[in-house]
Design a protein around this ligand. Structure first.
Ligand SMILES: [Zn+2]
Length: 142
């Protein structure tokens, strides 16, 4: 178990365990996180899950509820988390990760009803606007 801090002061315990649903590498439960043991050194994954913990602390229990009932909310939450995760990479690797994460976001797993292209555009847009920027111009995806 490790402790990481979000917003500099809020401690988040990280439990490394294989007690997770199949095919899940990590999961944020809000105030704590579980990461599959195999991924213990995967910092981008940890940042993804810490982003979900931040989302939880922004709204407390309401985030979990909205995440379950609203596809729009779940989409926004995952785009933010995957954008943070992708931003751990640079150059070609960054673009490869954005493609991969777009496929994840648009997969059955999240049941969001969005295309891979839409997820890709939103990820690029998020990174350009809120994170390190400079990936390039992206077409209108509305
Ligand atoms: Zn996520």
């Amino acid at each position: 178990m490790k402790i990481k801090f979000i917003y500099k002061i809020i401690p988040i315990p990280i439990f490394y365990t294989n007690k997770l649903p199949q095919c899940v590498a990590g999961a944020s439960y809000g105030p704590w996180i579980k990461i599959r043991e195999y991924y213990e050194d995967d910092k981008p994954l940890l940042k993804h899950e810490l982003t979900h913990s931040k989302q939880w602390y922004r709204l407390f229990i309401l985030h979990g509820l909205l995440y379950r009932i609203s596809k729009k909310w779940r989409f926004k939450s995952e785009v933010e988390a995957y954008a943070v995760q992708a931003s751990c990479y640079s150059g070609e690797e960054l673009l490869d990760k954005i493609e991969l994460y777009s496929e994840f976001i648009s997969s059955e797993r999240y049941n969001l009803g969005v295309t891979t292209q839409h997820a890709y555009c939103c990820l690029i847009n998020y990174i350009n606007n809120y994170l390190n920027g400079d990936i390039g111009v992206i077409e209108d995806y509305s």
